[in-house]
Ligand binder design. Structure first.
Ligand SMILES: Nc1ncnc2c1ncn2[C@@H]1O[C@H](COP(=O)(O)OP(=O)(O)OP(=O)(O)O)[C@@H](O)[C@H]1O
Ligand SMILES: [Mg+2]
Length: 232
């Protein structure tokens, strides 16, 4: 089947139009892969007009997301509009928080462009080979990774936001350094969302305990470093 046919089976017309717009503007070329498929998105590999490697994340206009999104958008303090509007809002939020993290100097993909339901970002990997999520590649120095990831959590929280879905699935091992991806569930830090921060810390602690890393810091200590107390 020609590639255009394959895409039209997978994507709705709106998404195809958006892909063509980004292609016309030189942000992306052919979409290769996919390198990631989730319930809510596809991630492709591509090269831009200057042959620079990029990752292209397409948020799917599907039913699953439709059920989950409204409560989240409310947590983000936004009114939920129509369906496509919601998905595009979702992509915009992800891009917004990715940009904040990147500007803070947190290892994460460079934000390049957000157009409707599509995010174009730096490719974590080389020569078309994406770096593996840490769940599949644990060849790293646990002590260095633990302190780096906890520092990232603290830096983000001190700057008022939370990744919201931190786990070894959303941390890529690039040249033995941790890179945070998938800011799709990021949130502003507030009394309403503090539990998500605590969940992120607990997920990282559980993961490192499972790696038999012995120098875990308690949630209270980490919250204390952020200037917060554990009142849950
Ligand atoms: N910038 C990137 N560079 C290299 N690979 C990436 C990049 N972004 C994503 N990937 C790959 O694509 C996979 C899916 O990406 P991501 O986690 O952002 O989407 P997702 O899990 O489908 O999102 P959701 O949690 O909304 O379902 C990742 O596990 C990773 O392997
Ligand atoms: Mg993910």
């Amino acid at each position: 089947m020609p590639k255009s046919k394959v895409f039209s089976h997978v994507f709705d017309e709106e998404t195809l139009r958006n892909v063509n717009k980004l292609r016309g503007d030189g942000y992306i070329g052919d979409l290769l892969g996919p390198i990631g498929t989730g319930k809510e998105s596809y991630v492709f590999y591509s090269r831009d007009f200057h042959k620079k490697e990029v990752a292209v994340k397409l948020h799917r206009h599907n039913i699953y997301s439709f059920k989950k999104i409204p409560s989240y958008i409310r947590l983000r303090g936004r009114k939920s509009g129509g369906f496509i509007h919601q998905i595009n809002d979702w992509a915009r939020f992800e891009y917004y928080f990715l940009s904040k993290a990147y500007k803070l100097g947190i290892n994460s993909p460079e934000p390049i462009r957000c157009y409707e339901n599509i995010i174009v970002m730096g490719f974590i990997g080389e020569n078309g080979v994406p770096s593996k999520p840490a769940i599949k590649d644990s060849d790293f120095d646990a002590e260095h990774w633990y302190s780096t990831i906890i520092k990232f959590i603290i830096d983000m929280a001190k700057n008022g936001f939370i990744h919201g879905d931190l786990s070894p699935y959303n941390i890529l091992n690039w040249n033995k350094e941790p890179y945070l991806i998938d800011f799709s569930q990021a949130l502003k830090l507030s009394p309403l969302t503090k539990d998500f921060l605590i969940r992120d810390i607990q997920n990282i602690n559980k993961w490192f305990l499972s790696l038999r890393f012995g120098r875990i810091e308690s949630v209270d200590t980490i919250l204390g470093n952020i200037g917060l107390e554990n009142d849950s």
